[in-house]
Design a protein around this ligand. Structure first.
Ligand code: TXA
Ligand code: MG
Length: 349
């Protein structure tokens, strides 16, 4: 299949291309598009064939449900059984934005889209191209991140092309993504709202709106008898090809320990890399120093993380160490993704 690549610079000038992309989705094709979190791989959410195609293009297990993207609040009622009052509150505060809510689904949503579940995940993205495309497609676009299953979610259209060229109909390039990690997922179908995937909207922000909010215990732990409630969270994700280890502890201890390990790795002829912060980047002696940003600006670290993980493959890094992060605020999302990338290999020094 020939994948059409379209650069969107000024939305007003490219309305025609968006209409064309919407038509592709209506006819059951696939279009990758920018959102504020990561690039999404869109298909028509109410067409079971489209969901099949999405799973095939990503190489994704079909028990892993898709998020349905909408462009206006009024469209929510059609695809869910009921709208709990918490949802209205959260939508007023965070939609459009990087928050996905889980509802009981209505009959119009096919099981192919929900991975066989009775619930449906819904999000209204905060990106003009995404909103225009959803509107042009008729209102309901299923979109996982536009990466091959297991790889980091794409934050640039070139990464979408790397993974999806030849597999989908069209890629809309909206430039670099602002947030860089996927939306926060909150389940509203239980008694107490529960975070199933941490993201830019933090637990603290949700608590401010709702009071009590729980967090799925599997998000930061590696207990094999605990099953994550978001099916997709059980898969190893984002992992670079090299061997990644997280290192947690006081700054001096971490830098010293990592440097010792780097020396050993170099001595055995390995290509080495460190994922670190502005505060420590001058202290390491590795072949590749990947500074993710300042510890005072976790949003910046989140934005760079997936690009760095992909670059490590291009650099052919064999042995990689990453500094660990605090697990409050956005740090929780960063640590969740790093732990998955490292297969939960963490050293406490
Ligand atoms: O920021 C994002 O959410 C991006 C952009 C493109 O919107 N999308 C995204 O989709 O990250 P995806 O498919 O890569 O991740 C969706 C996650 C998976 O872990 C999946 O298991 C979970 O959401 N999920 C979807 N529907 C669910 C449901 N009904 N119940 C529990 N988890 C669900
Ligand atoms: Mg994904």
């Amino acid at each position: 299949m020939d994948t059409k690549y379209i650069k969107i610079t000024e939305l007003n000038n490219e309305i025609e291309q968006i209409q064309q992309a919407g038509q592709i989705l209506k006819e059951g094709g696939l279009v990758a598009f920018p959102t504020e979190t990561v690039y999404g791989l869109g298909g028509h959410a109410l067409n079971p064939q489209s969901s099949h195609k999405i799973y095939a293009a990503k190489g994704r297990p079909s028990d892993n449900p898709l998020i349905v993207h909408i462009c206006k609040w009024e469209d929510l009622a059609y695809i869910v059984e009921e709208i709990p009052p918490e949802a209205k509150k959260l939508a007023e505060q965070f939609w459009p934005g990087p928050l996905t809510m889980i509802f009981r689904k209505s009959d119009v949503v096919p099981y192919e889209t929900t991975g066989g579940l009775e619930t449906v995940a819904v999000r209204m993205p905060d990106h003009p191209v995404a909103l225009a495309l959803i509107e042009a497609a008729g209102g309901y676009v299923a979109a996982p991140s536009a990466n091959t299953s297991g790889r980091p979610s794409p934050t640039l259209a070139k990464y979408v092309m790397e993974d999806m060229a030849g597999r989908i109909d069209m890629v809309l390039d909206g430039g670099e993504i602002g947030i860089g990690i996927e939306s926060t997922i909150v389940d509203l179908t239980g008694e107490v709202p529960e975070i199933l995937r941490p993201g830019y909207v933090t637990r603290e922000m949700l608590q401010e709106q709702l009071g009590k909010v729980e967090t799925d215990q599997t998000i930061l732990s590696n207990e094999s008898d605990l099953k994550p409630k978001a099916p997709g969270m059980k898969y190893r994700h984002y992992a670079p090809k090299g061997d990644l280890t997280l290192v947690s502890g006081a700054e001096d201890k971490v830098t010293n320990w990592i440097n010792q390990q780097l020396e050993l790795a170099k001595a055995s002829g390995k290509v080495t890399a460190v994922i670190c912060t502005q505060e420590t980047q001058d202290k390491y002696k590795a072949d590749f120093i990947k500074c993710a940003g300042s510890r005072n600006d976790e949003a910046q670290i989140a934005r760079q993380l997936y690009r760095i993980l992909r670059e490590l493959d291009d650099d052919k890094a064999d042995v990689i160490f990453a500094e660990a992060f605090e697990t409050k605020g956005m740090g929780q999302a960063i640590m969740n993704r790093l732990l998955k990338a490292a297969g939960h290999h963490i050293e406490y020094v």
